[in-house]
Design a protein around this ligand. Structure first.
Ligand SMILES: [Cu+2]
Length: 469
């Protein structure tokens, strides 16, 4: 397809500037260089005992990979935020804003009412705080939090306002899944960022960058450049979050060892699914198991054909390999919602000349650019709806707040393996149909959003809002 080729070649051209290449990794190891810095996990913030979570948006200054310092922002630290461990039940949250601009904090993947969802209507002004009541009742999943401040979201996320949430039920031992944080259970926030020659991180989107989404020339994992993930010689769980503004990854291991998909955005699959490659678009999460029992130093790569390195691994035989075989079964049970739908809606993700003539750069949904004063859909609480989504110009990652959904078709056929579980974000290459049951309420004052998760597209108008009553 012509438009896909255009997108691919543009991405590849940008990438040649400095993302780790496969050959450079091999070269470094061939020369016996000492291992690079060990990849660190975000600090853990476990809410299970306290029932509270306090996040403070904080200014920072970060020297990525030893380069020049960049003014950044994070939650409770200078870039990104802690990994917040949550369980079902009541959680009292407080988000304090110590930045000099307004932010919001959206719980991407948590199923909570619109008034606690952290959308653009819930701005936290400088010096102010926001105290949503989170009543969590859903399956275990890896979800995340990030600012959703309309007009500022691409910059605010880019410079650090995001973090990961582990929603757990404490049953991973029974599932036979690795769960030792930072040892055999790694949280990996994948972000490409653009650096100038001094090593300073920059965000200066051109019109073309807005059209394609802003892409970087270097990979950061958990905010670190050039670090190596050290793992035991056993089964290791990778919780992958695409926290990039726009880049779509097609991940694979350079030595072709499979990745066994165990969870998607909204929870576990019924059983692991072996994948040679895993596609992950902005906003999506995937949990995979990788077998490191044979040792070695494989590289997690992206984009077969135009391959570049994402993360170097190294094995350490002194680390405890607690899990040594793959589980046969998991207890994920993605519900089949087909046939239950009451309403079918069309969602056209618009960009380009058609929308351009309407002003605002052409980014819109169903021909209308985002307007915080307009409710696009009114959904009945508890109902199931079928949404038929269509991408124009490029493949857009589509996210819906307040629900988890099933992907029914992709371009008329069955969904990719990555999209067979519970999802809240899905890449729509041409067309996709989803089914969702809307169980969380949202008022006109604090509606839910649906939008492209390429942050430049979303902020330019590819977003709508709906009530659930
Ligand atoms: Cu888009």
């Amino acid at each position: 397809m012509k438009r896909r080729h255009f997108l691919t070649s543009t991405s590849a051209a940008i990438l040649t500037a400095g993302v780790l290449s496969q050959s450079s990794v091999r070269h470094a190891f061939a020369q016996g260089q000492t291992p690079r810095t060990r990849l660190a996990m975000p600090p853990l913030l476990d809410t299970r005992e306290t029932g509270r979570v306090a996040l403070t948006a904080t200014p920072g200054s970060t020297a990525f990979g030893g380069g020049a310092s960049t003014p950044t922002a994070g939650y409770n630290q200078g870039y990104l935020g802690p990994t917040v461990v949550m369980q079902n039940g009541d959680l009292a949250a407080e988000v304090q804003n110590n930045l000099d601009e307004a932010i919001t904090t959206h719980w991407h993947g948590l199923l909570v009412p619109g008034e606690h969802d952290g959308g653009p209507q819930q701005a936290i002004e400088p010096g102010a705080s926001w105290t949503p009541d989170l009543t969590i009742a859903q399956d275990p999943a890896t979800v995340w939090y990030h600012t959703h401040m309309h007009g500022r979201i691409p910059e605010q996320v880019y410079f650090g306002l995001a973090g990961v949430i582990h929603l757990t039920d404490g049953q991973d031992d029974a599932r036979g899944l690795p769960s030792t944080y930072g040892i055999d259970d790694l949280t990996l926030v994948l972000q490409d960022r653009r650096f100038d020659r001094s090593g300073r991180m920059i965000y200066d989107p051109s019109m073309m960058d807005i059209m394609h989404g802003f892409a970087g020339n270097r990979m950061l994992i958990n905010g670190q450049a050039g670090a190596t993930a050290v793992v035991p010689e056993g089964i290791v769980r990778l919780r992958l979050l695409n926290g990039s503004n726009a880049r779509i990854y097609t991940l694979f291991m350079d030595d072709t060892r499979p990745m066994h998909l165990v969870a998607t955005d909204g929870g576990f699959l019924p059983a692991p699914v072996a994948l040679d490659a895993l596609r992950l678009s902005p906003g999506e999460r995937a949990e995979v198991l990788v077998d490191f029992s044979s040792g070695g130093a494989p590289v997690l790569m992206s984009d077969p054909g135009q391959a570049y390195g994402v993360l170097q691994f190294a094995t350490d035989s002194t680390l405890s390999a607690r899990i040594t075989h793959l589980p046969d079964q998991l207890d994920g049970a993605p519900e089949d919602l087909s046939g239950a739908e009451a309403v079918t809606r069309q969602v056209s993700l618009d960009m380009g000349m058609g929308g351009m003539m309407m002003g605002g750069g052409g980014f819109a949904i169903n021909g209308r650019p985002f307007d915080m004063r307009r409710i696009d859909f009114e959904v009945a609480l508890g109902s199931v709806e079928r949404w038929q989504i269509r991408s124009t110009m490029v493949a857009h990652p589509f996210h819906v707040h307040g629900v988890r959904f099933r992907v029914i078709t992709e371009n008329g056929g069955p969904p990719r393996p990555e999209n067979t579980g519970w999802k809240d974000t899905v890449l729509v290459p041409g067309e996709a149909e989803i089914l969702a049951r809307f169980d969380q309420p949202a008022s006109r004052e604090t509606p839910f959003m649906f939008h492209c998760h390429i942050l430049e597209h979303e902020d330019a108008g590819m977003m709508g809002q709906f009530t659930v009553t």
